[in-house]
Design a protein around this ligand. Structure first.
Ligand SMILES: Nc1ncnc2c1ncn2[C@@H]1O[C@H](COP(=O)(O)OP(=O)(O)OP(=O)(O)O)[C@@H](O)[C@H]1O
Ligand SMILES: [Mg+2]
Length: 221
């Protein structure tokens, strides 16, 4: 197995003095689906933001595929975010004025992918997440579970090495949540994409290859 990412003593202290991450160390292999379990305020979102290059650590080291990320180099962080990382959020975060397929295509615009290629890739992904009948629907015309499926397709469109998911089932009922977890597992198996999933949900966590537990900004298990 090859190491996909490695964190060593990562610190994050917010301006108000809150120590959100207090020396987090963790490794992840390529192709793993890992869940990170912890109470509200334990530092899960902060950790995902740092891994995805949305926030910078105040100490420690983050490396991706054996290379240390240089958080002071903006271009490097932007490239890291665009090419290697997909995000899924609790609130789905779809653009309301765009249809399902336009939402999925959107990240590819910034990569200069021609329109017809964007369209065909987005269509294939929407089929994979079980939404071939909903391609031209707007977010408000979709259920919560369907919106999250669109968000999963969007997270995959740039062929990321890892998908970072922050409470992906937090707004869904338990049956719909189970479907979303199964879909993430299937994508993980079939495409080899790694998943790092922050959650409070023990049922979701139980279906991961491995569970990390965070408390007060420290890994405890
Ligand atoms: N932008 C910010 N400025 C100051 N403090 C923050 C900021 N974001 C988060 N915090 C604090 O940092 C700590 C960790 O927050 P974080 O959002 O990472 O927790 P979490 O585990 O994701 O919680 P939840 O399960 O509720 O989403 C909390 O004490 C929170 O209040
Ligand atoms: Mg959070």
């Amino acid at each position: 197995m090859t190491t996909l990412l490695s964190l060593e003593g990562v610190m994050r202290v917010y301006q108000n003095g809150v120590k959100a991450l207090d020396g987090v160390s963790v490794n992840m292999e390529r192709g793993e689906l890992v869940s990170i379990l912890g109470k509200s305020g334990s530092g899960k979102s902060t950790l995902l933001h740092i891994l995805g290059g949305l926030d910078r650590p105040d100490g420690g080291m983050v490396s991706f595929e054996g290379r240390e990320l240089n958080f002071r180099n903006r271009d490097e962080i932007i490239m890291h975010r665009r090419k290697r990382v997909g995000f899924i959020f609790q609130q789905f975060n779809l653009l309301p004025s765009m249809t399902a397929i336009e939402n999925v295509e959107y990240p590819l615009i910034f990569r200069g992918v021609p329109r017809s290629d964007r369209h065909s890739r987005a269509r294939v992904l929407l089929e994979q997440v079980g939404l071939s009948g909903r391609i031209e629907h707007y977010p408000k015309e979709l259920s919560g579970g369907e919106q999250q499926r669109v968000a999963i397709a969007r997270a995959l469109v740039s062929d990321p090495l890892i998908v970072l998911a922050d409470e992906p089932t937090g707004n869904l009922d338990s049956a719909t949540s189970a479907g979303i977890v199964s879909l993430m597992r299937e994508i993980n198996r079939e495409r080899g994409v790694s998943f790092f999933i922050a959650t409070h949900d023990r049922d979701l966590a139980a279906r991961a290859d491995r569970i990390c537990t965070i408390a007060d900004g420290r890994m405890v298990a």
